[in-house]
Design a binder for this molecule. Structure first.
Ligand code: ADP
Ligand code: ZN
Length: 612
């Protein structure tokens, strides 16, 4: 590495030797140099961007132990196992540990025999833990998932507020805070609350080009999901996100009944079942986790091929973080969301009836509006997502649904007027409020029981909307709600006008709408299936056969070591090995992801498997 700057020498050395990677990605080098030099840093990188190396390498280069604060207790064991497989001396302290194990970890720390120590934020507040840390040498503090300090955010953890004490107690120790989700407002909040106002900010590109973003109109969500899984992701591992526990259970059951291996994960399950399901998801190939949003933060399973949302997420930040769990290995992946009228009604209702002051409700509403704008856009989804995070992008990305099958937009002004005047007439002439279904029945001229009961067939708007189908009317209502031209109220989600409705009714305002493509089949370009279980398409037949043999070997090795398969080697690494088919350890060591320790431990077995 003669071309590397002098300061990066030891960092490059660790990158090559320990992690087996040839070069830094994105902003990693700059961040790592800055922290090695003792500087504080606030790092914003998308999920899968490579945040871990930003503190792991400085911890290995600087004298002492890197202390990593992470809220993800359930993952600490896996993180530590993965590091140990790389030959890194790592340990953790948290409440799930037995006393003997804890004592051992503490001893190692004090003796200076740990490179990295993971601790839970609540643990750091305990005086005995603080005294323990004083007895060893701290190389740095890494504050992972730093957005947890944000009270407006979606993952707030009260213990994070205390972390500003790190600087007061250990002013000499550099701190690096990392998060995958932050608009500029959240970024300021993180810096202030953690006392990181003097820290250098590093913002990587938030783009995740290997993820194909798609948002479809919801009609039969579970059927649509099944269709996606069968046609595009057979045998792939993935995450299905639902908002409620009941819907998690129903969906997991539905998938299992249809012959797809799926597990539920939500706060209503007991801790042991949750831990067991998470562990199976990480360890076994091709499982699907159906989960509430409580699942998946910090999961570093690299081969999650899709993230599917069956309910509308509450914010773009949350959505982007959840979808970011797909494709950390850089291979093609899908982020798929089914979204419909009921989602908008439900969420608006939830906000309206939520506890908390006006400012809080306004904040929720602003988050929802941004999410709805993303759903209803006729422009590139990726460009809109990146703009939300303050990043400019090409106007078209070529790898989202609107770029691949551009939706038409149509002038929906007249339809909007018809719908709004129905709501107005019900209100003015009858003093009544109804949900979307009744208004649509009136427009379509349906003489249902309810229409007759309320004599709605006598309204002048009865039957004036037969030019659109029911599904299209639902789209009109949804888009009016999304654009704030209509609102929902109360427990039943009845429709009501807003201040902005008036301009439409007075013909002062044009309303453009999105027309859904007839059938949202898988877009053709850049198909998102990497074929997790199928042989890699980019390999020749001999390579594909080698890849299959390597996978089988890896499964056995992982079982023996009691770690997830990807801790041994990632798919991407196995693929490279299968393509190269090296004949010697030296040749094998050139493959990305094969570091010194893994070479010594698994190299011979890999060569034998190839010769096999
Ligand atoms: P994040 O924490 O930002 O979500 P990770 O730190 O888990 O991301 O990294 C994502 C993936 O990228 C991991 O599988 C990691 O091994 C890999 N990776 C990180 N940095 C590099 C690099 N410089 N070269 C190759 N792979 C890398
Ligand atoms: Zn696009």
């Amino acid at each position: 590495m003669t071309s590397a700057p002098a300061l990066a020498g030891p960092a490059y050395d660790v990158l090559n030797r320990v992690f087996g990677y040839a070069d830094f990605r994105g902003g990693q080098r700059e961040i790592i140099e800055h922290v090695i030099g003792g500087g504080d840093a606030l790092v914003l990188m998308p999920t899968g961007g490579g945040k871990s190396l930003c503190y792991q390498i400085p911890a290995l280069v600087r004298e002492g132990t890197g202390v990593v604060i992470s809220p993800l207790i359930a993952l600490m064991q896996d993180q530590v196992d993965a590091l140990r497989t790389l030959g890194v001396r790592a340990g953790f302290l948290n409440s799930t540990q037995d006393p003997e194990e804890r004592r051992l970890t503490e001893q190692l720390y004090v003796a200076g025999e740990l490179d990295l120590l993971y601790v839970a934020p609540e643990g750091l507040g305990v005086p005995s833990t603080q005294r323990l840390l004083d007895r060893g040498r701290i190389a740095l503090f890494a504050i992972d998932e730093a957005h947890c300090v944000s009270q407006w955010g979606h993952d707030f953890r009260p213990d994070y507020l205390n972390l500003s004490m790190l600087h007061e107690r250990w002013p000499q120790v550099p701190r690096i805070a990392l998060t995958a989700t932050a608009t500029s407002a959240t970024r300021e909040e993180i810096a202030t609350r953690l006392g990181l106002t003097g820290a250098r900010h590093f913002t990587a590109s938030f783009d995740r080009p290997n993820i194909q973003y798609r948002i479809v109109a919801k009609n039969e969500p579970r059927r649509q999901l099944l269709d996606l899984l069968r046609t595009e992701h057979p045998g792939d591992a993935g995450i299905v996100c639902c908002l409620s526990r009941a819907s998690v259970d129903r969906t997991a059951e539905f998938l299992v009944q249809n012959g797809i291996a799926a597990l539920p994960y939500h706060a209503g399950l007991d801790a042991r079942t949750r831990a067991a399901n998470q562990s199976r998801f990480l360890r076994e190939d091709g499982l699907i986790m159906v989960a509430t949003i409580a699942f998946g933060m910090g999961i570093d399973k690299p081969d999650v091929r899709f993230v599917a949302h069956l309910d509308l997420p509450k914010s773009v930040e949350g959505y982007y973080q959840e979808t970011g769990r797909a494709g950390r290995d850089g291979l093609p992946s899908t982020a798929w969301l089914a979204y419909g009228l009921q989602d908008v009604v439900q969420q608006r209702k939830m906000i309206e009836t939520s506890e908390g002051d006006l400012a809080h409700r306004r904040n929720l509403a602003a988050h929802l509006d941004a999410m709805l704008a993303l759903c209803e856009t006729v422009q590139c989804r990726r460009a809109q997502l990146l703009a939300y995070f303050g990043q400019s992008a090409e106007p078209t990305c070529g790898n989202c649904d609107t770029c691949l099958t551009p939706p038409e937009s149509w002038d929906g002004t007249v339809a909007a007027q018809k719908l709004l005047s129905t709501v107005l007439r019900l209100q003015r002439e009858r003093g009544q409020k109804f949900g979307a279904g009744q208004s649509i029945d009136i427009l379509l001229g349906k003489t249902t029981e309810k229409v007759q009961q309320f004599r709605h067939h006598e309204l002048s708007v009865f039957g004036i909307g037969t030019d659109l189908r029911e599904q299209e009317w639902r789209g009109v209502v949804r888009q009016l709600l999304a654009q704030g031209l209509l609102a929902v109220e109360g427990e039943y989600g009845t429709l009501t006008l807003t201040d902005a409705s008036t301009a439409v009714l007075r013909k002062e305002r044009q309303v453009m709408m999105r027309r859904e493509p007839e059938r949202t089949r898988a877009p053709k370009a850049r198909r998102a299936s990497s074929g997790g279980a199928a042989p890699a398409t980019d390999l020749d037949p001999a390579g594909a056969a080698a890849f299959e043999r390597l996978r089988a070997w890896r499964a056995a090795a992982a079982k023996e070591a009691g770690v997830p398969a990807y801790v041994i080697f990632h798919d991407a690494t196995l693929r490279q090995i299968a393509a190269l088919r090296p004949g010697s350890l030296t040749e094998l060591s050139t493959v990305g992801g094969v570091g010194e320790t893994k070479l010594a431990r698994f190299g011979q077995q890999v060569l034998e498997t190839l010769a096999g």
